[in-house]
Write a protein that binds this ligand. Structure first.
Ligand SMILES: [Zn+2]
Length: 637
């Protein structure tokens, strides 16, 4: 507000037109649903899931809830998914809800404020009631949770639970019916498989939701080398049996991965670990979900049979395994929640996700899943993105940790300007900064490995999660090498420029350089996007068929009027092809480039100035510098 409008506002107030007390009054806020308490649950939950309707992608849920009589009951449908750090649960996918007690229907009312809460009008003497509903799973290929050949069991979408208790206090007996002939992997213990129903040993609701099931017609279990006595399993499901073949060298790399992880984090807290793996076009084909005793790892169908075509995915298994320690066993205190409907606060995601992303890349290199050169090429792409990103001008890394919460389900059209979960990529660079700084200050005697040992290897074999705060992280680092770590992080987390973002790369003995040809890693990234990545020249990420997917904020293409979704039809008078575009940029470096394109149903022409030739990031050794990065990527003995 400027001075003249301030004066105007004051004048309006003084003239008596202010409206205090003259309009509607806010109604009393509704009583909140029962807050979770850490107390014994006076009953149990029996949960039966029918997961056989792969035609319609519908799971049918039947629950029997036993509970002390005479208390009001509110049921919650999980809204906050523990691994997404966000309210990504969809109550729109719950349908067909009926509740009965003693064979009679029970009236339920959805809470009008918290629509994930259902209040029940139970008869006063009812000790037991039954709940039925369906989970209408995604039907879009690429997002499915079930197909005729693969069924996953996402418990967080398959349960209504009584509000008022920590979920670790609610005992659950779960059973699932899978399609005939399916085999399944999970970290749950199976107690029986009678009548087509698989029954699991009773666990807490917290453990159940943390223990998904991956089942398939085409299933393979690989027993990897045990880790300190704990069995390590790879449970594979696939669209086709041929995709399950695990090459012997990949197998030995996965054995090494577990060994290298133990070297970093110390002996495992789990007594068994199941890496659940899907190889499918129908399920998500990239990305994972962490759990304490297992992880979901989703790949395309040919990940195992053609690993050379999946360079960008080679740290996923390592990332999710590292999460068992960093994120599940040790979790930021404000991110931990007592149930699935209490909001989490994500301020330390740069530790939870950022350091896990770092360990994923380091462990993939140490185990041989990625070569050193492939790892350097990946780091180059991460560094280039961090250096060029425009969003840092208004939005520091310390704000990016909130992205998953407000971004849940909305998507990000302008990642260069909005930023999008930059604590992953910037987190890698931040922890490389820390790692190289420790190495430098201790003349190579200590590293981030020593922090990890100190921070994660606690409590022996206990699986009980331990929370931490930033002060604990700084104290553990300080014990490795004394420094004002809080100030170190504050400076980097709140920065509005990329000045320090590449400190770790440089201290590690490399500098970010650009060349005229892409690395294979960069090329595979372009393949995933569907077209050339010209963000650091023309300022566009092309999709398929000449469509602009993303724009660099106020970059050359942006300034020439191209919008997201524009379709480029011709480049300097030549019909569009990816090669025509990159070729023209190469020839006319710096000169105006004529683009014909369609946007909003209109044919347009733009003259683009200042694009420059396409340039592709790589890391170049700094002559005479000690290559600390190489030392970090070397396997432990
Ligand atoms: Zn993660």
């Amino acid at each position: 507000m400027q001075w003249f409008s301030l004066i105007a506002a004051a004048a309006v107030a003084a003239s008596g037109t202010a409206a205090v007390g003259t309009g509607p009054q806010m109604t009393r806020p509704l009583a909140p649903a029962a807050a979770p308490l850490d107390r014994p649950f006076p009953g149990r939950l029996q949960l039966t899931v029918d997961a056989t309707d792969t035609d319609h992608k519908v799971y049918r849920v039947h629950e029997v809830v036993t509970l002390a009589a005479g208390r009001p009951v509110t049921l919650f449908y999980p809204q906050w998914e523990t691994a997404s750090h966000a309210p990504t649960g969809s109550v729109a996918a719950l349908a067909g809800l009926t509740v009965t007690a003693n064979g009679r229907p029970v009236r339920w009312r959805r809470d009008p404020v918290n629509v994930f809460a259902f209040h029940l009008d139970l008869p006063p003497a009812a000790r037991r009631f039954e709940v039925d509903f369906q989970f209408l799973a995604p039907t879009r290929p690429g997002a499915l949770t079930m197909t005729p050949d693969i069924v996953t069991v996402p418990w967080q979408s398959l349960v209504l639970y009584p509000a008022g208790w920590y979920v670790r206090d609610i005992p659950v007996e779960a059973r699932v019916r899978l399609p005939d002939g399916f085999q399944a992997g999970t970290s749950l213990d199976v107690t029986s498989t009678a009548g087509g129903l698989t029954a699991y040993a009773p666990v807490s609701l917290e453990t159940l939701v943390d223990s998904p099931v991956y089942a398939g017609r085409w299933f393979s279990r690989v027993e990897l080398a045990p880790l300190d006595g704990a069995p390590m399993r790879l449970d594979l499901v696939a669209d086709a049996p041929g995709d399950l073949a695990l090459p012997p060298d990949t197998r030995s790399r996965l054995d090494r991965l577990a060994h290298q992880a133990e070297h970093v984090f110390g002996p495992p807290h789990f007594s068994r670990y199941d890496a659940l793996v899907s190889l499918s076009d129908a399920l998500p084909d990239d990305g994972g979900t962490e759990h304490l005793r297992s992880a979901e790892n989703n790949f395309g169908p040919q990940y195992l049979t053609h690993p050379e075509q999946h360079l960008l995915q080679h740290d996923l298994l390592a990332h999710e395994l590292a999460h068992s320690w960093n994120g599940k066993f040790r979790i930021p205190a404000r991110l931990w929640t007592p149930d699935f409907n209490t909001p989490s606060r994500d301020d330390l995601l740069w530790v939870y996700e950022g350091q896990t992303q770092y360990w994923g890349i380091v462990l993939a290199a140490r185990s041989g899943l990625r070569t050193r050169n492939e790892t350097l090429d990946l780091l180059a792409a991460v560094a280039a993105r961090a250096e060029a990103r425009a969003s840092r001008r208004w939005k520091p890394l310390s704000d990016s940790v909130n992205d998953p919460i407000y971004d849940a389900g909305h998507g990000t059209a302008w990642p260069d300007w909005q930023g999008r979960e930059d604590y992953y990529g910037d987190g890698v660079l931040l922890w490389l900064d820390v790692d190289t700084l420790i190495l430098e200050r201790t003349a190579g005697r200590r590293s981030l490995d020593d922090f990890a040992r100190r921070f994660f290897a606690v409590d022996g074999r206990s699986e009980v999660a331990r929370t931490y705060g930033l002060a604990d992280v700084c104290a553990a680092l300080n014990a490795v090498t004394p420094l004002d770590w809080a100030a170190f992080f504050r400076e980097r987390l709140d920065a509005h420029d990329a000045g320090r973002a590449l400190d770790g790369v440089r201290r590690g003995g490399y500098r970010l350089a650009y060349s005229a040809a892409p690395t294979e890693t960069f090329r595979q990234g372009e393949l995933e996007e569907g077209g050339p990545d010209l963000m650091t020249s023309l300022g566009v990420q092309m999709g398929k068929m000449g469509v602009v997917r993303r724009l660099a904020w106020e970059g050359p293409a942006f300034n020439a009027g191209l919008g997201i979704g524009a379709r480029i039809t011709a480049v300097d008078g030549t019909a569009y092809s990816d090669e025509a575009l990159t070729g023209a940029l190469r020839r006319d470096a710096g000169g105006p480039l004529r683009l014909d394109f369609e946007q909003d149903g209109r044919a347009r022409t733009a003259s683009v100035i200042g694009a420059g030739a396409p340039r592709y990031p790589r890391l170049e050794p700094i002559p005479g510098a000690v290559a600390l990065v190489d030392k970090i990527l070397d396997p432990a003995p």
